[in-house]
Structure formats: structure tokens, C-alpha cells
Design a binder for this molecule. Structure first.
Ligand SMILES: [Zn+2]
Length: 127
């Protein structure tokens, strides 16, 4: 489930407010408890999640059936979670690679200035 206030999936719980179901993540529930967040939500119904683009997708019948089962009839949420998971994995992989490059540079006796330049070069920053 996605938080209706911020879109997070971190420890979400649904609660009732004026007979309307509200799904909030742990951080937004904290904000609600401390008065920082008020109900009804200003974004009630649909939190801002980003840019909407139409996509046409061709897959086998088997994959479509898998999508229907896994998405619980909300394909957008499921597909967004898959893309987000892949994106987070890419970031972790890149950070791990950078860590190995820094480790190797240290073993070669690079100075911290040289390592900083190496990291900037790897990240495509101007040196
Ligand atoms: Zn939230």
C-alpha cells in the first residue's frame, strides 16, 4: 500500500477518517499524531507521484495473467514499484562499485585529494 499523503510504502496502515479510508506511512502517522499533518488530507484521493505518461505494453498471456495476480487490480502501483525497485538496485550497485574503486585507490596509496578527483571523474563531474 502507498501512503496517500507522500506515496511512501514504509509501514503503511489504513485508518478511517470521517468514514473515508486513509492510508498513511509511519512518518505521516507521526506527523498526524504530532499535529503537523491534518485530516482530511489536502491531497485527499491522489497524492502527487510524478509525471504521468501513457504506455502501450505487449506481453504474453502468461505474463499478463501474472501482472493481474501480482498487481491486485492496480497495475500502476505494481509497475511503479517494480521500476522503483530496479532504480534503487542500480543506485546501490553504483555506490558499491564506487566503494570498490575507492578501496582500490587507497590500496594503491592514492592521497585523499587524488581519490576525490577519481570519484569526481567516475561521477562525470568537472575536475
Ligand atoms: Zn506518508
Amino acid at each position: 500500500m502507498e501512503c496517500m499523503n507522500c506515496g511512501s510504502t514504509n509501514d503503511t496502515t489504513d485508518l478511517l477518517s470521517n468514514n473515508e479510508k486513509v492510508i498513511l506511512c509511519v512518518d505521516c502517522r507521526f506527523d498526524l499524531a504530532t499535529g503537523k499533518l491534518k485530516l482530511p488530507l489536502k491531497t485527499m484521493g491522489r497524492p502527487f507521484l510524478g509525471i504521468t505518461k501513457k504506455v502501450s505494453l505487449t506481453m504474453t498471456k502468461q505474463l499478463w495473467e501474472h501482472l493481474e495476480v501480482k498487481s491486485y487490480n492496480n497495475r500502476s502501483v505494481y509497475l511503479r514499484s517494480l521500476v522503483n525497485r530496479d532504480f534503487q538496485e542500480m543506485i546501490r550497485d553504483n555506490e558499491a562499485c564506487l566503494g570498490y574503486a575507492i578501496l582500490g585507490a587507497k590500496r594503491l596509496g592514492y592521497s585523499s585529494e587524488q581519490i576525490e578527483l577519481l570519484v569526481k571523474a567516475i561521477n562525470g563531474e568537472r575536475i
